[in-house]
Design a protein around this ligand. Structure first.
Ligand code: FE2
Length: 205
């Protein structure tokens, strides 16, 4: 069965004024839909057609053959974007409970987290992502280039911010820092992040 688009959990204009409906329309219906379409074409009638998206990403991550790189790029982008849609919400959110304590312990508080996340997102050279991950038992902020998700390095992904220009250029042009700031101030779905963290702990128990 072909890979399908993950339905957007909110309307295209729901993240305005921080991300415009026009940006979301291009991002979801052109870029994300394009990655999923390419992936389906690339894996059709191969053994990978029946694998999970995550398994395809893992199995092609270290393979430098051009055909495999193409599959990796499109599979990783299909995974990253489905994850990204879930990381954002138009609902006002509050950081609370054990996630709040972990953020305070790791970054000196929510403000420290925001500062570090925005700085990482801004300093990522070229296309890529800023992430909050669970690595070696601790919360860490990092970035990756292009399509690579940190789970290929056995880090648990908790939050992603897409810093490819297609994610913000129509709204912010070259001001990536302003986009990243809007992301941390207004768009993070902390309930989703907390759920990812608790799933990991249940899995480890
Ligand atoms: Fe994107």
């Amino acid at each position: 069965m072909a890979f399908e688009l993950m339905p957007l959990p909110y309307e295209l204009d729901a993240l305005e004024p921080h991300i415009s409906a026009r940006t979301m329309d291009f991002h979801y219906n052109k870029h994300y839909a394009g990655y999923v379409k390419n992936l389906n074409e690339l894996v059709a009638n191969t053994a990978l057609a029946k694998a999970s998206l995550e398994d395809i990403v893992r199995s092609t991550a270290e393979d430098s053959r051009p055909a495999q790189v193409k599959i990796f790029n499109n599979a990783a982008q299909a995974w990253n974007h489905a994850f990204l849609w879930s990381c954002m919400t138009p609902k006002p959110m509050q950081l609370k409970g054990s996630l709040k304590k972990r953020i305070e312990g790791s970054f000196g508080g929510l403000d420290g987290f925001k500062k570090s996340f925005v700085s990482t997102a801004t300093q990522q050279f070229g296309s890529g992502y800023a992430w909050l991950v669970l690595a070696d038992g601790g919360l860490k902020i990092r970035s990756t280039s292009n399509a690579k998700p940190p789970f290929v390095e056995d880090q648990t992904v908790l939050l992603a911010c897409d810093v490819w220009e297609h994610a913000y250029y129509l709204d912010y042009q070259n001001r990536r820092k302003d986009f990243a700031t809007a992301f941390v101030e207004h768009l993070i779905d902390w309930e989703f992040v907390a759920e990812r963290l608790s799933q990991k702990h249940e899995a480890a128990a």
